[in-house]
Ligand binder design. Structure first.
Ligand code: FAD
Length: 473
């Protein structure tokens, strides 16, 4: 019955309960257990989304919003049998670019590649911010997941870029939040209002389906300079990183264990650390209205490195000019986001990580402790730490790539579980939180917070149709 009704709404071509489609939508690249939906539907308009949710609500059928399923947290795998997966890829319009207030209004199917191309072609002075994620992933989903991109060191997590949104509630009503409540072309911000973006951001599709989102753009700076900082030891590395980040001159800083750099250079799996090589490499980006301004920022960084060398003389700052001379065009591809760099992470069908946001006091310990756990389990060392929002916190994770249908999967689960326990001990909060991770978090946090989540969910979604089971709710 449901399949027939869905066909009536979007047309037969965009509904499938075929075995192959159900198999694909049942899983992602992580170690999380698969679960097949009963049907997949691909709406094209807000009215269609509304009609689908009305049927789901009437029949109490669970619904999972999906765009490309690349969240690396198992977040589009249904947690209960019989779900409708609503794949929003066909809602892929850039609806408005406001050059003056600098925002883009986009549908959920707009990808990073898509937005970059649109801006470069029609609004070349403006830029969005881009992740290491594949260019075919969704801008809206990334913002809803509070992810991180190449302006996050300066401006914070992606939810901070959201000016407002339009959402279809589980009960079928269409609602807007943010300044867009006053008119079609008025999405300049979300204040001064009760900040209801929070009812949808971080909820993993449990409170409604976002059909439009306004996101902040930035002017492309006329001058950008890059450099690579090679450092030794976890405490030394994070101390120098903090000292640089505190200068408030960074656009972006990605600190990676050296193995990640070696992967980019083509070293084969599994990448191993060699004795005497630096432990970490940090890719740094600064910008300026003049070349002198940008270069002066690099000079300030050089000064910090020089101060740190009194403690660890092997630290080394290499300018991007030198790296380009060494690596040619490849060097450019590493700094031009969305980049090809994601390909090294998706070399296998398995990819996972325990990602957290973490207090600066714990950065060094988190890197050192996590490293021991990863090495104990025999995985490649792929640590990643990005100072966020002008250094108020960092994103921190250990990445694991693995062949999925192998005995490694149990080892992956054990390693991730230990990594999360260790991160929680450091006061870190997991992001893009898998159900297993949410369970662990819930054992430690204020129970009133969970109670509040339940109350909000119950109010917005009385029949609990939206992505039930997520966040272990
Ligand atoms: C190699 C690799 C590198 C990555 N690097 C980064 C990185 O640097 N930074 C980063 O932040 N992320 C990164 N990611 C994670 C991920 O790709 C992004 O967060 C991505 O933008 C998610 O988009 P998606 O289309 O895959 O969303 P999906 O996985 O399809 O959806 C994500 C979540 O949002 C919900 N959802 C989707 N659409 C809606 C909607 N319209 N309304 C309500 N809920 C919705 C889904 O139910 C799900 O819970 C990386 C992933 C990979 C594979």
């Amino acid at each position: 019955m449901i399949v027939k009704k869905l066909c009536k709404i979007v047309g037969e071509k965009y509904v499938s309960d075929g075995t192959a489609e159900k198999y694909i939508y049942a899983q992602d690249m992580t170690e999380n257990e698969p679960c097949q939906p009963q049907v997949i539907v691909m709406p094209r308009s807000v009215v269609e989304v509304q009609a689908i949710l009305e049927i789901a609500n009437e029949t109490k059928t669970p619904v999972v919003p999906f765009i490309t399923g690349q969240n690396v947290g198992g977040l589009t795998i249904p947690q209960v049998e019989g779900a409708i997966v609503i794949d929003l890829k066909r809602m892929d319009k850039v609806l408005q670019i406001d050059e003056e207030a600098m925002y883009a209004l986009v549908e959920p199917g707009v990808t990073f590649g898509h937005l970059r191309k649109h801006l470069d072609k029609h609004h070349p002075d403006l830029r969005y911010t881009y992740p290491l994620a594949p260019p075919y992933t969704s801008v809206v989903a990334n913002a809803l997941l509070q992810g991180l991109c190449d302006l996050s060191t300066r401006h914070g997590a992606m939810a901070d870029f959201v000016n407002g949104l339009e959402v279809v509630l589980p009960t079928g009503e269409v609602v807007r939040v943010g300044s867009g409540i006053l008119g079609e072309e008025n999405w300049f911000g979300r204040y001064p209002l009760p900040d209801l973006v929070g009812l949808f951001s971080g909820w993993q599709g449990m409170t409604g389906i976002i059909t439009k989102m306004a996101l902040q753009l930035y002017l492309k700076p006329p001058y950008i300079e890059h450099a690579a900082l090679f450092t030794f030891g976890e405490q030394n590395t994070t101390e120098i990183l903090k000292n640089i980040a505190r200068k408030q001159i960074l656009d972006d800083a990605d600190c990676m264990s050296l193995s990640l750099v070696k992967m980019l250079l083509g070293v084969e799996y599994p990448v191993e650390a060699l004795k005497g090589e630096p432990d970490y490499a940090t890719l740094i980006a600064v910008s300026g209205n003049t070349k002198i301004e940008a270069l002066e920022k690099i000079r300030v960084i050089e000064e910090e490195v020089s101060n740190a060398q009194s403690n660890e003389p092997r630290h080394l700052l290499v300018t991007w000019d030198a790296i380009t001379k060494l690596m040619g065009e490849q060097a450019q591809s590493w700094i031009d986001f969305p980049s090809d760099a994601f390909k090294i992470l998706t070399e296998f069908d398995g990819l996972t990580w325990v990602g957290t946001y973490i207090h600066p006091k714990a950065w060094g310990q988190a890197l050192a402790g996590g490293r021991k756990i990863v090495e104990k389990h025999g995985f490649e060392l792929m640590a990643f730490l990005k100072p966020m929002n002008g250094m108020h916190f960092a994103e921190f994770k250990f990445i694991i790539r693995f062949p999925k249908n192998s005995e490694k999967i149990e080892q992956v689960k054990k390693c991730n579980s230990e990594l999360l326990d260790y991160a929680l001990d450091q006061g870190a909060i997991p992001y893009k939180t898998s159900v297993w991770a949410a369970k662990k978090l819930q054992e430690r946090i204020d129970p009133q917070f969970i109670e509040l989540l339940r109350k909000i969910k119950q109010t917005l979604d009385p029949n609990n149709i939206m992505n039930p089971g997520r966040w272990n709710l």
